[in-house]
Write a protein that binds this ligand. Structure first.
Ligand code: FMN
Ligand code: FE2
Ligand code: FE2
Length: 394
């Protein structure tokens, strides 16, 4: 008995993906507290049939069984690869093994990557240009190049007749549960976290691609992770805000402390900013989830880094976090550094060196010998007020 569940999005369009409830880590870096899904879609035209993206390695049989609920996989004509990363393309060799006639459809760069990653022979692949279409018979697939969302070869596929956009990683969220957006109460929070982790470094490219699709009639957005949007306007608006780097009167405070001196400094700063009406997101690096941190980097205008001196430099967790902050390219405008040292402070110089090439303006850096004293506390309050002023000014 084939007990697998498939979801029908519209006439001849089916979700045949997999839910990975137990996955807890992505790219050996990003925590996935709610698992994720690998969404693959089958589009059945009057003449031809296409599979859009596949699944993560380990879910091949599940994909096959789901396809079999609708059709014989040997009848797949096109295997659309929007993106070459293995969570969507890893099952390509398996699917081409099921259908002799299946041709891989990808951008020119995608075709090259399919050879490198999945040994797809050149004659089995078809490179499509930006805007090119394939007619399946009453179902037209249009391909839209979307480089760096999230690799150079990425494209979106748009099903013209139904107005369904298949943007692969773009518009995704790491959630195993739910088929549609309206089934998740706080989906935008998960979507923002995902944006911060995966898309934020490519905001410029995102803006360009959003511009490309701005006049498309989109009834549904069917990404490759997380729920399908059947009311796409809300996520389109959010993406436009995030891609434009719109920030709030908000500061993210990231710190680590061994003996609570830096922690005390951070508390004074946090209280000062709060009293000035600034929204705060505060993370102790020793116990926080990097995804949450990425989520709050998306709309924070300022960052406060707190780190003690350890072995001649900033605490290694702070070094790691500073590096990540820089790599994620958040729209932060201002920064402040707080640090405690035992016999020689170097943290502020080190953080300045790391952030130096970014556009973030460092408003102040305070290094305190041991625990903060009255005078230090006054200086932190002063710095907090100055930072709040900058944040409120925009
Ligand atoms: C493992 C370890 C290494 C340290 N290395 C340095 C150092 O290289 N230079 C320095 O000035 N202080 C060093 N210190 C002292 C701390 O910077 C100092 O105790 C500071 O006040 C700790 O701040 P915290 O309470 O926020 O952890 C070290 C402390 C520890 C525990
Ligand atoms: Fe990806
Ligand atoms: Fe992905």
């Amino acid at each position: 008995m084939n007990w697998r569940n498939v979801n029908k999005l519209s006439e001849g369009v089916y979700w045949v993906g997999a839910r990975d409830w137990n996955r807890r880590l992505f790219d050996a870096l990003i925590p996935l507290p709610k698992g994720t899904s690998y969404n693959a879609y089958l589009v059945v035209g009057e003449e031809k049939k296409a599979l859009i993206d596949t699944v993560n390695p380990g879910f091949e049989t599940e994909l096959e069984e789901k396809i079999r609920k609708i059709m014989d996989p040997a009848e797949i004509d096109y295997l659309v690869m929007n993106h070459a990363e293995p969570d969507h393309a890893g099952a390509i060799p398996f699917v081409t093994g099921l259908s002799d006639k299946a041709r891989l459809v990808a951008t020119e760069k995608g075709v090259k990557m399919s050879q490198v990653f999945y040994n797809v022979p050149g004659e089995k692949a078809k490179a499509v240009r930006d805007g090119e279409t394939i007619d399946l018979g009453g179902k037209t697939l249009r391909f839209i190049e979307a480089p760096m969302l999230h690799w150079p070869e990425t494209m979106f596929t748009y099903l013209e007749e139904d107005g369904i956009l298949f943007p692969c990683d773009f518009f995704g969220s790491h959630l195993a549960k739910a088929t549609y957006d309206d089934e998740v109460e706080d989906l935008l929070v998960d979507a923002q976290r995902y944006w911060g982790e995966i898309m934020m470094p490519f905001s410029g490219m995102a803006k360009r691609s959003l511009d490309k699709i701005k006049d498309l009639k989109i009834n549904m957005i069917a990404p490759s992770h997380g729920p399908i949007y059947r009311s796409p306007q809300r996520i389109r608006n959010a993406y436009s805000k995030w891609a434009n780097g719109e920030t709030k009167q908000k500061a993210i405070i990231i710190y680590v402390s061994m003996w609570k001196s830096t922690e005390k400094m951070v508390q004074v700063m946090s209280d000062t900013l709060s009293s000035e009406g600034i929204e705060i997101a505060l993370y102790n690096l020793a116990s926080s989830d990097l995804g949450d941190l990425a989520k709050d980097l998306v709309d924070s205008r300022a960052i406060v880094l707190g780190a003690p001196t350890v072995l001649g430099g900033a605490h290694p967790l702070a070094v790691y976090a500073t590096y990540l902050v820089k790599a994620l390219k958040p729209p932060l405008k201002y920064a402040a550094v707080l640090s405690s040292y035992g016999w020689g402070g170097v943290v502020s110089r080190q953080v300045q060196e790391t952030l130096g090439s970014s556009k973030i303006e460092i408003i102040g850096a305070l290094e305190v010998n041991g625990p903060p004293k009255e005078g230090d506390i006054s200086r932190i309050v002063e710095l907090g007020r100055a930072l709040a002023g900058k944040i409120k000014a925009g």
